[in-house]
Design a protein around this ligand. Structure first.
Ligand code: SAM
Ligand code: SF4
Ligand code: F3S
Length: 467
């Protein structure tokens, strides 16, 4: 039997898709990128904005004729579009065989087992781990199609792996659907996480990213209340691993202890994703973010003082209900001031059931588009300038795969780098001299290999005193 998975949404969704793939492979299924021939098709969906849902619905629509021609094919809708009201989804999408909430997959496995006429208890116990989640990855990432462009690039996700450490979110930001779809926060035990990471390293992973919607609140629900800094210390000690990252931090929860761990631990990369969402206090309050712009600024100052070579990225929403031109300008000025390396900007999209959905969506679509565009233009300029500072420097690149004949990887600060070489660099740490920079990526020549976890990046190859 063949399966095909299509994923939209965040890294957590990608990690979930890997787990679904693992579970299916344990049942003997094989991946295919050709959905026409698949026996099982899983669409792992996202609900964060209306546009994400529309993409999923259009993809589902394209499956209808396939399902009509081959009724025995199993179509599953998974992920954040599957809320509590499965009955109404079933009514709207009668050709979908099974609906799976995030982190739930038993029903799909049961259906596959039924079709294969196997004995359920043997299979189910073989594919489930102690906590009832899907058991861990088994070299399956390469079958996951993240989106239409990445289908064929099988090598890319192998050396770098996602590890969910805390599920759900308790924050209930007023615009956000995630807590309603992913439930309350549940941390995995450090033992469980470490066992999974060791297994990944044995299979060739050299970098892991610890995931949580609010990763900084890791551990508060566990018996000994370990925090993210404690966990980073443990992961840093795993032999064979070169790099550790974590996503996503909430500004109200980022402690000095955590900042110190990033500064101190050699494998923990100096890259922090710190969503600000708005540069205006009234909007932040309406968003229920629970920090002020000044508190955010102070946090950035503390991070930059303790980790001078840190790279910061952020998320921003434009056109939140009631956001005036002036309030938007405050966000714009904050971005100009902080000069993030990356900004993920989105136009506000009302999500049914959230607190903000009760407010009038009163910023016109054209105005939202205009604000979005202004942020994108600003960020292109800032990223161009930030990256230009790396020209002539040597950076350490963990190579993730090949793209259009070039090796592709990332610096510790998460910048995309391309270089050419006939050697096999997959999963290795290359030193690359940067010869060309742009807003979204860097290009250079490989000058050697390193095993040093924290190279003093970037290294200068210019005249003495430079860089
Ligand atoms: N937990 C992270 C945080 O605290 O920012 C982000 C998780 S959310 C899945 C990813 C991003 O989607 C958010 O940072 C926000 O910018 C954006 N987002 C969430 N809800 C949105 C909405 N209703 N409209 C537009 N963008 C939204
Ligand atoms: Fe959504 Fe806020 Fe939770 Fe992030 S912290 S997932 S934006 S509710
Ligand atoms: Fe989307 Fe769910 Fe992630 S709504 S962004 S897939 S947590």
């Amino acid at each position: 039997m063949l399966y095909h998975i299509w994923t939209v949404g965040c890294q957590m969704n990608k990690a979930d898709s890997e787990r679904i793939a693992t579970a299916l492979e344990r049942l003997g299924l094989r991946p295919t990128s050709d959905k026409e021939n698949a026996d099982v098709i899983v669409l792992n969906s996202c609900s964060v904005r209306r546009s994400a849902e529309d993409r999923v619905l259009s993809k589902l629509g394209s499956l209808k004729p396939l399902k009509r021609a081959r009724p025995e094919m199993i179509v599953a809708l998974a992920g954040c579009m599957v809320g509590n009201d499965i009955a109404s989804l079933r009514e709207k999408l009668p050709f979908v065989d099974v609906f799976l909430k995030p982190q739930e997959g038993d029903e799909l496995l049961r259906l596959v087992i039924e079709r294969r006429s196997c004995s359920p208890p043997t299979f189910l116990s073989a594919v489930k781990d102690r906590s009832g989640d899907f058991e861990q990855a088994d070299g399956i990432a390469d079958c996951v199609e993240e989106d239409a462009q990445s289908t064929s690039d099988k090598l890319v996700s192998e050396p770098t792996r996602w590890v969910p450490i805390i599920y759900g979110c308790d924050n209930f930001c007023s615009y956000c659907i995630v807590p309603f779809r992913r439930g309350r926060e549940r941390s995995r035990s450090p033992e469980d996480i470490l066992a999974e990471i060791r297994e990944m390293v044995q299979r060739g992973a050299t970098e892991v990213t610890l995931l949580g919607q609010n990763v900084d609140s890791y551990g508060h629900d566990l018996p000994d209340k370990p925090d993210l800094a404690d966990l980073l210390q443990l992961v840093d000690d795993v032999d064979g691993l070169y790099r550790v990252r974590f996503l996503t931090s909430h500004p109200k929860d980022m402690s000095d202890k955590l900042i110190d761990a990033v500064a101190r631990l050699p494998k923990v990369c100096e890259y922090i994703n710190l969503p600000v969402q708005s540069g205006d206090d009234t909007i932040l309050k309406a968003m229920k973010r629970r920090y002020t712009v000044e508190e955010y600024r102070n946090l950035v100052r503390r991070i930059r003082t303790r980790i001078p070579d840190v790279s910061l990225s952020t998320d921003l929403i434009v056109g939140f209900p009631g956001e005036t031109r002036e309030q938007f300008e405050s966000s714009y000025r904050l971005l100009e001031e902080i000069r993030f390396d990356a900004v993920h900007v989105a136009a506000y999209s009302p999500r049914p059931g959230t607190a903000a959905a009760r407010l009038p969506d009163d910023v016109a679509a054209e105005e939202k588009k205009d604000r979005l565009q202004r942020v994108e233009e600003l960020q292109e300029r800032v990223a161009t300038e930030n990256n230009a500072a790396l020209l002539g420097k040597i950076v350490q690149v963990l190579v993730e795969g090949k793209n259009k004949g070039k090796w592709q990887g990332r610096t510790r600060t998460n910048k995309l780098v391309f270089f050419q070489s006939d050697d096999n660099w997959l999963g290795r740490l290359a030193l690359v001299a940067i010869e060309k920079t742009g807003p979204w990526s860097l290009q250079g020549s490989e000058t050697g290999e390193t095993r040093v976890e924290r190279a003093q990046t970037p290294l200068s190859i210019g005249r003495e005193g430079e860089g």
